[in-house]
Design a protein around this ligand. Sequence first.
Ligand SMILES: [Zn+2]
Length: 355
Amino acid sequence: MPTSKFAGKAQTVLGWIDGADLGVTLPHEHLLCDAKFNFSEPVDPEEKALAYKPVSMEILSWLRYHPSENLDNCQSFDEQEAIHEAMLFKKAGGSTIVDASCIGLGRNPQAMVRISRATGLNVIMGSGYMVHRCQPPDMSDRTEDEITEEIVRDINIGVGDTGIRAGLIGEIGASWPLHDNERKSIRAAAHAQRITGAPLDIHPGRINNKSVLEIIEILKDAGADLSRTVMSHTELRIRDHNVRCQVAKAGCYVEYDCFGWEGHVPLSLYGQTDLNLPNDVQRIHEIMQLIEAGHLERILISQDIWPKSWRTLYGGWGFAHISKYVTPAMLREGMSQEQINTIMIENPKRLLCFV
Ligand SMILES: [Zn+2]
């Protein structure tokens, strides 16, 4: 892989910055998000009426069990609200947010610039394609090379004519079983990574561990830099310590990015994922097991705040949850401050700096 002149720097929506300036980083969030693709109408006729109500106290309890079955909950477009939420992270000592809203998740480069300016936070924007359900209708006609070129352009020149450049490839979506267009999109992402030296983030499909392992083989075959590749949503996708170690040994980052989400597994996930969604303390224990196995430098943590109901203005835990409540719990459970700094500062820096 050729070394770029920006090696050692990360690309934010306001331009290149030194890795040392990234500070405490959330590597997988959604400041704004359009996850309409994730919305499905409830089957129960009584619940159907709730699907199109605005998020409010009235439906908050129901939303805990059905986050994807309310359209308003799947969409966050309000920049002022996003600024308010992001400031909570900043006040808790945070510096950088990676917004993984790529194409298909309502990516909005100009809004990312405005949010970064208003908060003083570094914001890193994604590129490439989410799962096939939210890919463009002509995706089957596009070639791997065309998709590669588009991602490279987003990173090197900017999205459309905005001049605002992506600093991450992802989150690149996969379903289970893998759709042909997702395989194409993953391969294109790997090629774009080789060309640009950018970090890569994968959203694996559900069902145990098969999707993650299949994707690693596809990435290897397409020449991806696995040492700068993230496997997201570990608490939903990789429910076996040995497989988590296998992913780390392959060189990938193992990312626990649903911190704050405890219990209330949506009915819609039954049959699609193992049902043992861990709570935060269990996440910490799994992370400590990974550290014991020698994988401290392959661990990332975040909150993947995509629905409205996970934001504080709507009764959720928000972007400051890890800084305010998880890191004290980590210390209490026996992790050291040095280990926490590695996970929240050094690992994201190593991931996000171009090579
Ligand atoms: Zn995801």
